[in-house]
Design a protein around this ligand. Structure first.
Ligand code: HEM
Length: 405
């Protein structure tokens, strides 16, 4: 931690390095949350700590979604990654955001996603049974990664033979949404982004030529009917869906499994009562989220409890800190399946950008968990404890080997 900053308009606030924040974000946030509404990070960002502020800033007109600024700040101003960011709903505001999200909103509704549950259940069961005789599996790469990737491949009608290629492209490109890359990674990520873009463009062209009774044909019909998006925008919303649902859900499945296996009493309760699956998923997402923060930009100076955030600042709305804020969740450091929770889980954000894939993510996580509990196998973490990297944005996890008897 460096010397606190003092300016005439704002009291001093600690400035922390990435290394300090990443070492143990929960401890850091807990130490400062009651005293300061935000922390400063070494790159100048303002990390918003309290639940009420995080919630409010998600749709405060004095803030907006970050567009290409974050990428530009990392030295990227053109190329396929910039093309994705410039055309995705995720990094847009106002009318551009509305027209990009609109054709997908209905398709991702809770009721329609519920129809996918039986397929996702079978997928999770098959993945477990493929490994059953080995007595162990790599939970991240052989289970958690495949559930979202194969599910979205199915939604998009991707031929079975292409699924391994599609999965590997999706996870190479999904790093674009994280902060865990260095300038040396950029050429590889750019090539993969170009490949995924071309793959999605081909799928769209095929459906336009030969419509089927499926999600993508409906999307193409809606896009053509609205006639509001450019061809590249139409492609990049499909890429956004693929990327939005990859690393986020893979990490969340690994995290929930490790948290629950490490708590034998809770694991046994889950095996005995399937009704506890949904609260267990919700509590795991609160306790150790796969998305640690949501970005916003301040459009004017904002003063929070006497502490100023200047106009044009990068704001890191910390879901990780806000979901351990005792004002929202009493005894926040306790893993409690039965605690009261807000109707809308804070990990999926809020306002106009609230996660489009929330319903699907919950089903994937619930089915990933219940295939394990239904099997009645006695699971043990072979490697461990799990390491979760990052204090903000999409967090990543190391491989986690589980074994069973
Ligand atoms: C545990 C899993 C997931 C978590 C924690 C999560 C979290 C989030 C959050 C916090 C946002 C808002 C970002 C912002 O306001 O800047 C978001 C947006 C989004 N998510 Fe998810 N997500 C998950 C899974 C999924 C899945 C499975 C999909 C799709 C299949 C998906 C697709 C999207 C898309 C397309 C957006 C952009 C929405 C917009 O900008 O209007 N997500 N997600």
């Amino acid at each position: 931690m460096t010397t606190p900053e003092k300016s005439p308009s704002s009291p001093a606030v600690p400035i922390l390095s990435y290394a300090e924040l990443n070492a143990n974000p929960h401890e850091v946030y807990q130490a400062f949350r009651s005293q300061y509404p935000y922390l400063r990070r070494e790159d100048g960002a303002y990390i918003i700590l309290r639940a009420k502020d995080v919630q409010a800033f998600l749709s405060d007109p004095r803030t907006r979604q970050v567009e290409t600024e974050a990428l530009a700040a990392r030295g990227i101003s053109s190329g396929p990654i910039m093309e994705f960011v410039s055309n995705s709903m995720l990094f847009s505001n106002g009318d551009a955001h509305r027209r990009r999200r609109h054709p997908l909103t209905k398709s991702f509704a809770f009721r329609l996603m519920a129809d996918l549950r039986p397929k996702i259940r079978t997928l999770a069961e098959e993945l477990l049974s493929e490994n059953i005789s080995a007595g162990k599996m790599k939970l991240r790469d052989d289970y958690a990664a495949l559930i979202p990737a194969i599910t979205i491949a199915g939604v998009l009608g991707i031929p079975k033979a292409d699924v391994p290629l599609f999965t590997s492209m999706a996870y190479q490109v999904s790093r674009v949404l994280t902060t865990s890359w260095t300038p040396e990674d950029v050429p590889g990520m750019e090539a993969a982004t170009r490949d995924l873009r071309d793959y999605a463009a081909n799928l769209i062209a095929e459906r336009r030529r030969l419509p089927r009774n499926d999600f993508l044909s409906e999307y193409v019909a809606k896009v053509d009917e609205d006639a509001e998006m450019s061809a590249i925008e139409a492609v990049m919303q499909i890429v956004s869906v693929i990327l939005g649902g990859s690393d986020t859900t893979r990490a969340a499945i690994v995290i929930q499994t490790s948290l629950l296996i490490e708590r034998p009493d809770i694991w046994q309760a889950l095996c005995a009562d399937p009704e506890l699956t949904a609260p267990a998923v919700a509590e795991a997402l609160r306790y150790e989220p796969s998305v640690g923060s949501i970005p916003r930009l301040s459009l004017e100076e904002i003063v929070l409890d006497g502490y100023a955030i200047p106009r044009g600042s990068f704001m890191v709305l910390s879901t990780l800190s806000s979901m351990r804020d005792p004002d929202l969740f009493p005894n926040p450091n306790e893993f409690d399946l039965l605690r009261d929770r807000p109707k809308w889980h804070p990990v999926f954000g809020g306002g106009e950008h609230r996660c489009l894939g929330e319903a699907l993510a919950k089903i994937e996580m619930e089915e990933a968990l219940s295939a394990l509990t239904r099997s009645q196998l006695k699971f043990k973490l072979q490697s461990g404890p799990l390491r979760i990297h990052g204090h903000a944005g999409i967090r990543s996890v190391d491989e986690l080997e589980v074994q069973w008897m």
